[in-house]
Ligand binder design. Structure first.
Ligand code: ADP
Ligand code: MG
Length: 384
C-alpha cells in the first residue's frame, strides 16, 4: 500500500480525525566534500526520498506521535523534562523545543509519519525528519520563521537532543531543496544560489558499500587540524585568509616547505575542491554533464589520494564505475565507508549496476545497496 494511505489509515484509527500532510526530503551533495569546515562551498540538493507526516493540532499541551516505520506510539509534553526515550521521538521533541526556544508558538498535536530515506546511509534521513516537523510547526502555528531559521532548528535539534554535532548543510538542503535544482551554499557567508540540475539522458544513483570503518571521527579531527595548520601558515603572507578556502593555489605553493607534507596534501585537496564546485556550477549552466562527471572523478581521486578518507570498498566501486564508462563517480560524505554517488548514462545504467553488484559481492562477500535518486522538492505542505 502507498505510504500516504497507510499513514491516513493509522491516523484515522488512532485519532479519529484528519490532519494536514507535510513532507521533506533527504539530500545528496553533488560535489564540495570536506569544504564546509574550511569555509568553502557545498553543493547539495533534496532527493525524492523523504519523510511524510500527517499532523493535526489537538487542543491539548501534549504531542501524540506514531512512527509507522518503528511501529511505535509515544506521548510527550513540551517542557525540557518531557524528553522521550525513543530516539526517533527525540527528533520530533527537539524540533518542538528549538521552536519554542526561538519564541515560536507550539501546542499539542497528533501525528503519524513514515519515510523512505535509508537510515544512516549518508542521505540524511534525520534532516528529513527535522525539517518536516520544523516546517509543519511553523505552518500550523503561523510562526513566520524564515527558512534559514527552520534549517537551524533542525541543526540545533541534532546538537542538543540527538548528540550529533553536525554542520548546516543537511538541514539547509532539506528545507531549501527545489525540484531540478542544486544549491550552492557558501559555508562562510551562508549565501546560496540555485543551479539547474536536470541531467536528461543520465541517471543519478548511489551505491552503498554498507561498511563504516571505525577511523572516521579521529581522522576527521586530524584533517581539520591539518587544514587549520596550513591556513595559519598562509595567513602570515596573506592576512585576508580566514579559512583555507580563501587561499589561492599559488599561496599554498609559497608554504610548501613550511608545513608537513601530509598537511600540504590535505590543503591541496581542499583548495582544488573549492574550485571544482565553481567549475561544476559553470558546467551545469551550460548543461555540460560530461564536465560535471569528470570533476566528480577528480574529487574522488583527491579524497582517496590527497585527503585519504576513502577506503578499499569505495575505491573499488569507483573503479568499477570507470570501467563501465560511468560519467562521474565519487565517494559521498565524510568517507571511510558509506556510498559512492554516480552519474550514469541511461543506456549504461543496467550494465553498471549488474557489474557493480557482481564484482563487489565477489570481492567483499556482500552486495552494495542501490538507491536511484532524483533531485526534488524539500520541506512543503501537501494541498490535495
Ligand atoms: P542519517 O545519516 O540517515 O541521517 P542518522 O543516524 O543521523 O542517519 O538518523 C537516523 C535516525 O533518524 C533514526 O535512528 C531515527 O531515529 C530517525 N529517523 C530517520 N528516518 C526515520 C523514519 N522514517 N521514522 C522514524 N525515525 C526516523
Ligand atoms: Mg543524520
Amino acid at each position: 500500500m502507498e505510504m500516504k494511505k497507510k499513514i491516513q489509515e493509522k491516523f484515522k484509527t488512532l485519532y479519529n480525525c484528519e490532519g494536514t500532510f507535510f513532507a521533506s526530503a533527504g539530500r545528496i551533495n553533488l560535489i564540495g566534500e570536506h569544504t564546509d569546515y574550511n569555509g568553502g562551498y557545498v553543493f547539495p540538493g533534496a532527493i525524492d526520498k523523504g519523510i511524510l507526516a500527517e499532523i493535526a493540532v489537538n487542543g491539548t499541551d501534549k504531542i501524540h506521535a506514531y512512527s509507522l516505520d518503528y511501529d511505535e506510539y509515544v506521548e510527550f509534553g513540551l517542557n525540557e523534562e518531557d524528553k522521550p526515550e525513543q530516539s526517533w521521538a527525540r527528533y520530533v521533541f527537539g524540533v518542538c523545543r528549538e521552536t519554542v526556544k526561538r519564541g515560536g508558538k507550539v501546542e499539542g498535536f497528533d501525528t503519524v509519519f513514515a519515510g523512505d530515506v535509508p537510515l544512516g546511509a549518508g542521505l540524511s534521513s534525520s534532516a528529513a525528519l527535522e525539517s518536516t516537523f520544523a516546517f509543519a510547526l511553523n505552518y500550523l502555528f503561523r510562526n513566520k520563521t524564515d527558512k534559514f531559521e527552520l534549517a537551524k532548528i533542525g541543526q540545533a535539534t541534532e546538537h542538543n537532543y540527538c548528540g550529533v554535532n553536525c554542520g548546516i548543510m543537511d538541514q539547509f538542503a532539506s528545507v531549501f531543496g527545489k525540484k531540478g535544482s542544486l544549491i550552492r551554499l557558501d559555508c562562510k557567508t551562508l549565501e546560496y544560489k540555485y543551479f539547474p540540475f536536470d541531467p536528461k539522458g543520465y541517471r543519478l544513483v548511489l551505491l552503498d558499500s554498507c561498511v563504516k570503518h571505525e577511523l572516521a571521527s579521529s581522522a576527521y579531527n586530524k584533517r581539520r587540524k591539518s587544514c587549520e595548520n596550513v591556513a595559519d601558515a598562509i595567513r602570515k603572507n596573506h592576512p585576508e585568509v580566514e579559512f583555507l578556502s580563501d587561499a589561492k593555489r599559488v599561496w599554498l605553493e609559497e608554504v610548501r616547505e613550511e608545513v608537513p607534507q601530509e598537511d600540504f596534501l590535505r590543503a591541496e585537496y581542499v583548495i582544488g575542491e573549492v574550485q571544482r564546485v565553481l567549475d561544476v556550477c559553470d558546467a551545469l549552466e551550460r548543461g555540460d554533464y560530461e564536465t560535471v562527471g569528470e570533476m566528480m572523478y577528480q574529487t574522488h581521486f583527491g579524497l582517496s589520494r590527497l585527503y585519504e578518507v576513502s577506503c578499499e570498498e569505495l575505491d573499488f566501486l569507483n573503479n568499477v564505475a570507470r570501467r563501465c564508462d560511468v560519467t562521474g563517480s565519487r565517494v559521498m560524505g565524510g568517507g571511510f565507508g558509506g556510498c559512492t554517488l554516480n552519474l550514469v548514462k541511461d543506456e549504461l545504467y543496467d550494465h553498471f549496476i549488474e557489474t557493480a553488484i557482481k564484482e563487489f559481492t565477489g570481492q567483499f562477500g556482500h552486495a552494495p545497496k542501490v538507491y536511484e535518486v532524483h533531485i526534488s522538492d524539500g520541506a512543503r505542505v501537501l494541498n490535495d
